[in-house]
Design a protein around this ligand. Structure first.
Ligand code: GLC
Ligand code: GLC
Length: 653
């Protein structure tokens, strides 16, 4: 059945209601039998709340006959849920906006590079607590294939931990330790593909009926060629093309590397299998699932095979089923896509449909770097103003950089409105951040260069890209001062834009690029490893010494984090609005939350002081400086002065 056969939204919902009425009595009995009376009441309340969000998309994807089995799977997972996690469920159901709280701060790290093993991570919780971390994303840690594995994004077994890092018991134990410290564990869920060594892939290759239709393959090049005409190649240099020849199967769909086989999500058994893995991991204590490469799950001829409508059906259904069994859980979308496509992953469609609670704000990230390079805020102002609002139940994950390259996702419309040519601007950003541009302070490197289009993305740590590395190497105190100010400016936005700020490990210590990856043949071809350094113990030992760069940077991170936690206006349920200012160098935004007054953040991308008309703040009440780079802003000749590369946070007391 395709979407157009399914009638109006009201008709779909009405079919869902009828089906719930039919299934409810038997489910109620079973729930009481396997959960006990009190818990069954909760389960049924969740069923009433979420059933339509299961039924409507599952019917569209696979037909309604699949629904009951999936709901029963969720009931079984609910029955297996450990008591300690049911307690978390209870707290989260009372406070469903828990992940939006202004005290939320995320930290992202590769387990081995941060602390050796999962046990080692438990030994670093004081470091995290010092930064106010409440959310720990440990980069892919499930058992990967041996050898090359794309940083763990080629999973061979979702129910086992990478033996280099520990065991599943260690993971459960760490999750419990984190909970005691008020930190939630976030783990990657690679949903688009598995490693070709995964049991499902081996079964499929061997022709086992159970795995029939799990992956996508074609006997000859006809369809692969037709698809490749419109697909954007993700790794044009490192892994050209999106199909890989596999003896016995023809051409297998491999969006990323040739050892990462794309699952066929049109198959309901793929959906059920992946749901089973998610629920199982939720019951081990994972609270946040980062859905990896989620836009790629739906394929349609003649399209980019990204952001297709069925992707949203899949995510909505997975989300609702997980809510039935493990309501403490939230989803975070890794959808590094154009702004107009991005908000859909948070459920912002014509009508709200719950999908992910969190999504990476890659727009903000890209625009900040563009601002740093151009010393100009106009592109940011233009693009952020045009971005569609997101549902109040959801939040952005805001970040300066992550483990991946920076892709210059600026829309043509925004670029033109801000006076740029989209392609010329990307060329400039690549030249600037790779340090090729005259007078550039950046020390990044091009990634994913496409020889045909000349397009590229950017690798490098924050310290390398904002000039700290260059200034240190040249031993130039003025350049270092400017670079640290850039670093702080970037975080002054991500910590106060609204959402959950994510700090990538090592940035809090201004760690530079790590080029040791070139000596490891499994990593050498992928320069994203330069910005995935090992935790620098020596730098950490200086973190309280304001006479060192790491001490200054860590001190600022600490100040930003603790001030943020004290500002109710930064609760993520409120919206951010860009304020009009009369300087092209300044990005100013306002936040409001029903329980608090106004908050205003302002940053100046120029390296010299600029001024703005103070009437920008009219109507926002009496605002006090709660944190700033240079003390309360001065007024000069009736204008508000912002020092070069300065920031200020203002709030109503
Ligand atoms: C995501 C990850 C990236 C990985 C890709 C394929 O984009 O962030 O590191 O290469 O998925 O799994
Ligand atoms: C995927 C991700 C994107 C990343 C790329 C490789 O496309 O969505 O973020 O740039 O993989 O790193």
């Amino acid at each position: 059945m395709n979407a157009t056969d399914q009638g109006t939204d009201a008709e779909r919902r009405s079919r869902a209601a009828t089906e719930l009425e039919r299934l409810r009595p038997a489910l109620a009995l079973d729930a009481e039998r396997c959960l006990g009376r009190a818990e069954a009441v909760g389960f049924l309340a969740r069923l009433d709340r979420w059933f339509a969000d299961v039924h409507v998309p599952v019917e569209a994807l696979y037909g309604s006959e699949v629904v009951e089995g999936l709901v029963r799977g969720a009931l079984c997972a609910a029955a297996e849920r450990p008591v300690a996690l049911r307690e978390v469920d209870r707290r989260r159901e009372i406070d469903p906006g828990w992940f939006q709280h202004q005290s939320m701060i995320g930290y992202v790290a590769y387990t081995d590079r941060f602390a050796g093993t999962l046990d080692g991570v438990a030994g670093r919780l004081d470091h995290l607590a010092e930064l106010g971390v409440t959310y720990l994303h440990l980069m892919p840690l499930l058992a990967p294939r041996a050898g090359e594995n794309d940083g763990g994004y080629a999973v061979a077994d979702y129910r086992a931990v990478d033996p280099r890092l520990g065991t599943m018991d260690d993971l459960e134990h760490l999750a419990a330790r984190l909970r005691e410290r008020g930190m939630s564990l976030c783990v990657d869920m690679v949903v688009n593909h598995t490693a070709r060594e995964h049991r499902w892939a081996r079964g499929w290759l061997a022709g086992e009926p159970e795995f029939d239709g799990f992956y996508l393959s074609f006997p000859d090049r006809t369809l692969p060629d037709a698809h490749e005409a419109t697909i954007v190649d993700v790794f044009p240099h490192e892994a050209p093309g999106s199909f890989t020849r596999v003896p016995g199967k023809g051409w297998v769909w491999t969006t990323f590397f040739d050892y990462q086989w794309d699952l066929d999500w049109t198959n309901p058994r793929v959906f059920a299998a992946m749901l089973g893995e998610i629920l199982w991991l939720a019951n081990r204590g994972v609270e946040i699932f980062r859905l990896d490469a989620v836009p790629f799950m739906g394929k349609r001829l003649g399209t980019t095979c990204m952001n297709q409508p069925e992707v949203h059906d899949i995510v909505q259904a997975l989300h609702a089923l997980v809510k039935l069994a493990a309501p403490a859980t939230v989803f975070k979308a890794e959808a590094i896509v154009a702004p107009d496509d991005l908000v859909g992953y948070l459920g912002a469609h014509e009508r709200y449909r719950p999908e992910c609670e969190l999504a990476y704000h890659n727009q903000l990230m890209v625009l900040l770097w563009s601002g740093i390079a151009t010393k100009d805020a106009r592109l940011a102002v233009q693009s952020l103003r045009r971005l569609r609002p997101i549902p109040a139940e959801t939040s952005w994950a805001t970040y300066v950089r992550c483990h991946d390259d920076i892709g210059w996702a600026v829309s043509d419309e925004d670029a033109r409105a801000a006076g740029y040519d989209q392609f010329a601007h990307r060329d400039f950003l690549n030249a600037f951040f790779s340090g090729e541009f005259p007078l550039s302070f950046a020390r990044g490197a091009r990634f994913g260069e496409n020889p045909e289009t000349g397009d590229a993305r950017m690798s490098g740590t924050t310290a390398a890209l904002c000039g700290i590395t260059d200034a240190r190497d040249r031993d130039d105190p003025n350049a270092l001062e400017a670079a640290v100010r850039r670093f702080v400016l970037l975080h002054a936005v991500t910590f106060a834009w609204g959402g959950v700020p994510l700090v990538y490990m090592g940035d809090e210590l201004a760690q530079g690029n790590d080029t040791s990856y070139v000596d490891d043949p499994a990593l050498a071809a992928d320069n994203r490893w330069m910005h995935r350094p090992y935790f620098d113990e020596a730098a950490a030992a200086h973190r309280h010494d304001p006479g060192t760069v790491e001490g200054r940077v860590f001190g600022w991170m600490h100040a930003l984090a603790s001030t943020r936690a004290s500002l109710p206006a930064l609760h993520a349920a409120g919206e951010s609005a860009v304020l009009p200012v009369d300087s092209p160098h300044v990005l100013a935004w306002r936040r409001r939350h029903p329980r608090s007054g106004n908050f205003v953040g302002m940053v100046n991308f120029a390296e010299r002081a600029v001024s703005i008309d103070p009437r920008t703040l009219d109507g926002l009440g009496v605002l006090e400086t709660v944190l700033s780079s240079d003390g309360p802003p001065l007024v000069h000749q009736g204008r508000l002065v912002l020092p070069g590369l300065g920031f200020v946070w203002l709030a109503q007391p």
